[in-house]
Design a protein around this ligand. Structure first.
Ligand code: PMP
Length: 278
């Protein structure tokens, strides 16, 4: 935390932290497999980029953050872990303006298994009430804390009804993503996925596309409308926490996780453990 190792229970921030009041934080979600963070550098670069989009500079370089992550992981003694770097505006000024606030950086490391229970059975999703905002309304390329407000509301509403997650549309009514993962569909042996023009183009999403292409599977990035959901045979979501998770239903549409999804789940598992190269 801010360059020092701090015991887990002693990590403190001030009540008037700007990020707590105004959502001025950016973060990453990363996974380490057998001691190696998958796509570590790309995550750190995205953290820096997210901060720039929110108009602040993280006072630690990409290299320093890379070193700190490795050190935190080594100190944790965990081989497989979730890694959460976060940068935020501190507490010097309390108002919308935060010109003089110190920028903080912390990296937390903990053990986190599957994001969904029984993930290989395929998760059940419902439709979210909230939509991903227009890029003219919110900085959708940043992994920014404030953007997760609608994700948590959508995920809670879904969980209350017994679903694992929710499908969010974008402001135009096109299919966008899940509350913390990107989405893919399969029809006639080809993969279809929404163009990431108002949501995070996930690192796992980009990896899944590469894995599919290396299996000679056609990948179509395009606008997908909700009335098409019933025309697909398989569906899966991707994210660092979710990895590649099959989807069994969205609302009243059912999917049967099949060979393409299964192969990509296996390929991803091998890739992150260095048993497959792209
Ligand atoms: N969309 C949202 C809203 C997310 O929170 C995440 C997880 N970071 C993703 C997509 C997937 O991103 P990645 O594959 O880089 O983890």
């Amino acid at each position: 935390m801010d360059g020092e190792f701090v015991p887990w229970r002693e990590t403190k921030v001030h009540l008037l932290t700007h990020a707590l009041h105004y959502g001025s934080a950016v973060f990453e979600g990363e996974r380490s497999y057998d001691g190696n963070v998958f796509e570590s550098l790309r995550h750190t670069q995205r953290l820096h980029k997210s901060a720039q989009i929110l108009d602040f500079d993280i006072p630690f370089s990409v290299e320093q953050i890379e070193d700190a992550k490795a050190e935190a992981l080594a100190k944790s003694g965990l081989e497989s872990a979730y890694v959460r770097p976060i940068a935020w505006r501190g507490s010097e000024m309390m108002g919308v303006s935060a010109q003089s606030n110190t920028i903080h950086l912390a990296i937390a490391v903990w053990s986190w298994g599957d994001y969904f229970q029984d993930k290989m059975k395929g998760i059940k999703m419902t439709h979210a009430k909230w939509r991903r905002p227009d890029p003219a309304t919110a900085p959708c390329e940043a992994k920014a804390a404030g953007l997760y407000m609608i994700c948590t509301m959508s995920k809670h509403a879904a969980e209350k009804e017994g679903y694992a997650d929710a499908l969010m549309l974008d402001w135009r009514g096109q299919v966008a993503e899940a509350t913390g993962a990107n989405i893919f569909f399969i029809r006639d042996g080809a993969i279809h996925t929404p163009t990431p023009d108002c949501f995070l183009n996930g690192i796992t999403r980009q990896t899944a596309i590469k894995l599919a292409k290396s299996r000679q599977i056609e990948v179509v990035e395009r606008a997908i409308f909700p009335d098409e959901l019933g025309t697909f045979s398989e569906c899966f979501i991707t994210g660092t926490a979710a990895e590649i998770t099959p989807v069994a239903e969205i609302g009243d549409v059912k999917y049967t996780p099949g060979e393409i999804t299964g192969n990509l789940v296996d390929d991803y598992d091998k890739l992150v453990r260095g048993k497959l190269t792209l």
